[in-house]
Structures are given as structure tokens and as C-alpha cells.
Design a protein around this ligand. Structure first.
Ligand SMILES: N[C@@H](CCC(=O)N[C@@H](CS)C(=O)NCC(=O)O)C(=O)O
Length: 216
């Protein structure tokens, strides 16, 4: 049995998109992105109250990078992983986990722009700093993109980084990263990507949150 616990527009979209790319059967449990995650029954499954959580054959996995590794090992025929003896194994692993380097800045910016409801709780300095640090991570993706994908062919690395870029694009314009923008356009055309999107926004009510968007 495979069951994904998911909140729309969060890191669990990464796992949902990957499951759809693999075309395998799974159960999906969708939660609102609120205190429900810190309450029972979810708290027993994931004590830090975060998503994603994947239940797979009696085991529980709570890190999106680990979920990608577990799914790619379990379903090698999908061709989205890179085995330990594959020449692309190291860059594949590095991209899978670099998604979190991007996402930590997205999380900080989501907290600033979305989670903190009162303007006086927000910090323009943090917003600007985090947006600048996020842009630097996008620069690394821009430098790493050589062809149509991050590796020689499409893989879970494109899904993980692609979903991180989906979140990042709410805070940093992709215009300054032409290869990332073109690659992300191609990813957005994928059926599995679209299946991982919500019908209605669950977290980001705007397409873009500029760092200077504060009352003076
Ligand atoms: N390193 C974890 C991070 C998981 C995480 O923090 N997810 C966020 C959503 S993007 C969350 O559930 N936040 C809820 C909270 O912090 O209370 C992963 O890669 O899965």
C-alpha cells in the first residue's frame, strides 16, 4: 500500500507529481495547510506536523528527498532514478537534495508573505535577503541546465527541482534565468505536473509576492 499525505502547493506536491509520473496506484490524503497537521491522527504519523508523509509497505517516510529515493528504488522501471552504478548517480542525488536548499528560502518567504498575517510581524530585510538567496539557488540551476533536462534525460531530479522552482517563482521572477524559465515551461506542460496542481490555490493566493510589497 502506498499513501501520500499532501497539502496543496507545498513540498508534498513534489512527491505527488513523482507518483503521477510513475503511473502507479496510490491513495492520496489531502489536508488544509493549518493546525490539522499538528493534531491527531496526523501527528502520530509525522510528529513535526509537516508534509509530505509517504506510507509505503508499512514504513513511513517524511522527507521529500528520501521519498524520491525510495520511490525510484522501488519502481526502477519508471526510469526516473539513477542506480548506484549509474554515471549520473551523484548529480542525480545532488539535485534531489538541492531541492531542499531552494525550498528553505521558499519556506522563509512563505512564512513572511503568507503565514504572518499582520504587516508589523513581517521583515522587509528578511524578505529581501531571502529573495536574494533564493535567486542565487536559481542561478545554480541555470548553470546546471545543459540540455532539455538536468541530466541526460528526464528524471526525478527534474521533478524535485522543478517543484522547488514552482514555489520559488512566487518570489523571484524567472526572467533573469532564461534556461530555467524555458525548462520550467516544458515541465509545466507535463500531464503529471498538472495532476499535482490544485483546482484552487491552497497556499499562494497570488502568483507573485514582491519583497518590497509592504506599507511604508
Ligand atoms: N525537509 C522536509 C521539509 C518538510 C516541510 O517543512 N514541509 C512544509 C510544507 S512545504 C510543512 O509541512 N510545514 C508545516 C510547518 O512547518 O508547520 C521535506 O523535504 O519534506
Amino acid at each position: 500500500m502506498i499513501r501520500l499525505h499532501h497539502c496543496h502547493q507545498t513540498r508534498s506536491m513534489r512527491s505527488l507529481w513523482l507518483l503521477h509520473e510513475m503511473g502507479i496506484d496510490f491513495d492520496l490524503v489531502v489536508y488544509p495547510f493549518d493546525k490539522t497537521l499538528r493534531e491527531e491522527p496526523y501527528r502520530s504519523l509525522n510528529p513535526t506536523g509537516r508534509v509530505p508523509t509517504l506510507e509505503i509497505d508499512g514504513a513511513v517516510v517524511t522527507e521529500s528527498g528520501a521519498i524520491a529515493e525510495v520511490l525510484c528504488e522501488r519502481f526502477p522501471a519508471a526510469g526516473l532514478g539513477r542506480a548506484p552504478d549509474d554515471a549520473e548517480r551523484i548529480p542525480w542525488l545532488n539535485w534531489i537534495h538541492f531541492a531542499e536548499t531552494i525550498s528553505q528560502h521558499c519556506a522563509a518567504l512563505t512564512q513572511q508573505h503568507v503565514a504572518l498575517r499582520e504587516d508589523q510581524m513581517r521583515s522587509p530585510i528578511v524578505m529581501q535577503l531571502e529573495a536574494r538567496r533564493l535567486a542565487k539557488t536559481l542561478g545554480a540551476v541555470e548553470a546546471g541546465l545543459r540540455g532539455d533536462c538536468l541530466l541526460a534525460s528526464f528524471s526525478a531530479a527534474d521533478v524535485g527541482i522543478g517543484q522547488a522552482v514552482y514555489m520559488a517563482a512566487h518570489f523571484v521572477r524567472l526572467d533573469g534565468f532564461p534556461k530555467v524559465a524555458a525548462w520550467f515551461d516544458r515541465l509545466q506542460a507535463r500531464a503529471a505536473y498538472r495532476m499535482a496542481l490544485p483546482d484552487e490555490p491552497g497556499l499562494y493566493l497570488r502568483d507573485f509576492y514582491p519583497p518590497w510589497d509592504l506599507p511604508q
